[in-house]
Design a binder for this molecule. Structure first.
Ligand code: FE2
Length: 258
């Protein structure tokens, strides 16, 4: 029986993907929700966030923003043209989307400056304690794990949840109001881009992962991909915790992830 996967249903419907992928998404749902329903987004929208939290947010997430095309480049290095349909699909997608990331680091800095955090502080300010949890994980999985695991952790999980929290902030008129009118568009460009275009990216990444792994990967492989996706969400949640309550998070520093 062929285990080759070729999507026939709509891109953005979970039912278009193999059962194991649907189960994986289901198994990670609680962790995903802990990110996208985090109180950090409400606090940011409602301006109930301390200055130190904004600072931790902008500086704490920066390494992942700066490095994201690097994670994709590490994935690209694992592909080999002609080896499999999944390899070809991954290669094409990564080459195209590394280019798309080109200006995103600069746009993040615009957002930080608009929010009152100087560019120099983001580039070389001291990292909040424990806030490198997500960057370390993305680096590890992109450098040392399989192509499918790396893309699941970064392009599927991190980009997927990021698209959702970006939308929450970008849809908020109150959040827009917090930026000086003359600077607003420039300040919010990163959010705008991630709330919009990233919509299809996680689904495209899921399609590639399923094309790489087929319809019946071994239980070990499925469990590993599930663990990688969960770990990304949990790392994001820990980072959000640090932004909301920096002092409490500092005490928790050292708690194992997943
Ligand atoms: Fe981006």
């Amino acid at each position: 029986m062929s285990t080759y996967f070729e999507r026939t249903g709509p891109l953005q419907e979970l039912g278009s993907y193999p059962q194991w992928a649907q189960d994986m998404v289901e198994a990670c749902e609680d962790a995903r929700r802990s990110v996208v329903t985090h109180e950090l987004w409400d606090r940011m929208r409602e301006d109930r966030i301390e200055a130190v939290s904004t600072r931790n947010f902008m500086i704490g997430i920066w390494p992942v923003i700066e490095r994201f095309p690097g994670y994709m480049a590490q994935s690209l290095l694992k592909t080999q043209y002609g080896r499999s349909p999944g390899d070809d699909m991954a290669r094409r997608w990564l080459v195209r989307n590394i280019r798309v990331e080109q200006n995103h680091a600069e746009y993040w800095l615009h957002w930080a400056v608009g929010a009152g955090i100087p560019r120099e502080d983001v580039l070389s300010g001291e990292m909040p304690r424990g806030a490198d949890v997500l960057a370390r994980w993305c680096e590890e999985v992109s450098a040392h794990d399989t192509l499918a695991a790396g893309m699941a952790a970064t392009n599927y999980a991190v980009e997927g949840a990021t698209g959702e929290w970006s939308q929450i902030l970008y849809d908020s008129a109150a959040y827009h109001e917090r930026f000086a009118p003359a600077q607003r568009t420039r300040s919010l460009r990163w959010l705008h881009l991630h709330a919009d275009y990233d919509d299809t990216h996680p689904w495209e990444a899921l399609e590639i992962i399923c094309t790489l792994l087929g319809t019946r990967p071994s239980l070990d492989v499925v469990e590993h991909i599930t663990e990688c996706v969960r770990r990304s969400y949990i790392s994001m949640r820990m980072l959000a915790d640090i932004c909301v309550a920096p002092s409490i998070a500092a005490e928790m520093n050292g708690v194992a992830v997943a």
